[in-house]
Design a protein around this ligand. Structure first.
Ligand code: ISE
Length: 337
């Protein structure tokens, strides 16, 4: 049995570089064996100080390198399918940053390839499931101690986004996390999505309507709403309030230190997702490595990637027509039950 994952990290951008440092300095049982980036200089910079790691410009070269036995994919979503199918053919474990692929049809091809292989290899990078407060809220829901969960209210605010962040990306790149979180909290599939466009901020880049209000229903009738606001300026916030029969639970509020000085009180606003979810990413990648070394899966599966892609597809249609759009899902294969 393999004792150490020798990981090829594909993509050395913002998230890839963060994961490379994480694997190198904090994760047990996994090491960076190769870093691939079309920008070879960026790949070289990313392996600086990591003994035994090679920098490459081609993913195939990394996958066929005898020293590699696992893959972490951190490229933009449209590049995922090819690498995922190759990793499945090689039967090696994968951590794939969200989205699994950009649309439900291509995600379904990944699900089918895994079903054909006969076991699960792909963990999708929905890191919020590994956040301590997300886990605590999920436990409260499962325990039934506060009665039935009735509604979820989500706030997802980013300080700013690059000009290349399209209107569709508010759904595909940002609300995709809420789709997964709602499925994680309720243990149910999402049945419909509606998007409402109200008054918009003048700080949104051309072509982007920001903020947007997303209304979601699950199989048992839990209602969820999401404020997605990606040019909120003040900082980063991901928070949820859950309404139960017996009370209300809030997660994701401001954290200390809470300071009082010179007649004022306050604290620091979280600047971005690396800070907000840094600990969750560590837990996520460690869970992936531990499970992969046992030949198991340590988190959300390719099915979760496919189901959230189907929600995004409904969300994009809803963005255009303002209607409540049904989520279309294929039957869940036995492998994921
Ligand atoms: C980004 O890609 C993420 O994954 C962040 O968690 C999210 O808050 C942000 O909106 C996305 O663009």
């Amino acid at each position: 049995m393999t004792e150490t994952l020798r990981v090829a990290v594909i993509g050395a951008g913002r998230m890839g570089a963060d994961h490379i440092q994480r694997l190198h300095t904090r994760i047990h049982g996994a090491e960076v064996a190769a870093v691939v980036d079309v920008d070879l200089a960026r790949a070289r910079a990313a392996i600086d100080g990591i003994p035994g790691a090679v920098a490459l410009a081609d993913a195939d070269e990394a996958l066929n390198n005898g020293d590699v036995n696992a893959v972490l994919i951190a490229t933009p979503g449209f590049l995922h399918e090819d690498i995922l199918l190759k990793a499945i053919a090689l039967d090696i474990p994968v951590l794939c940053e969200k989205p699994l692929t950009p649309d439900a049809e291509s995600s379904w091809r990944i699900v089918q390839a895994e079903v054909e292989l006969g076991h699960k290899l792909i963990q999708v990078g929905f890191m919020r499931r590994f956040d301590a407060e997300y886990a605590a809220l999920s436990e409260i829901i499962r325990s039934g101690g506060m009665g039935e969960l009735l509604m979820l209210h989500h706030q997802h605010r980013n300080p700013s986004v690059p000009d290349t962040f399209t209107n569709e990306m508010l759904i595909n790149d940002s609300v995709v996390h809420e789709f997964d979180a709602i499925r994680f909290f309720t243990g149910e599939e999402i049945t419909s999505v509606q998007v409402r466009l109200g008054k918009a901020t003048r700080y949104a880049p051309a072509g982007q309507h920001d903020p947007q209000h997303v209304l979601i229903e699950t199989e048992s009738g839990v209602l969820a709403d999401v404020e997605i606001y990606v040019n909120a300026k003040f900082g980063y916030e991901v928070a949820t309030q859950a309404s139960f029969e017996e009370g209300i639970v809030s997660i994701g509020g401001d954290k200390g230190p809470y300071t009082r000085s010179a007649g004022r009180w306050g604290g620091n606003v979280t600047p971005g997702f690396e800070e907000r979810f840094g600990a969750a990413y560590d837990v996520e990648i460690q869970a992936w490595a531990d499970a992969a070394l046992r030949g198991e899966l340590g988190g959300p599966s390719a099915w979760d990637g496919y189901a959230t892609a189907a929600c995004c597809e409904a969300g994009l249609e809803a963005q255009k027509n303002g209607e409540k759009v049904a989520v279309k899902l294929a039957a869940k294969p036995d492998l994921y039950k």
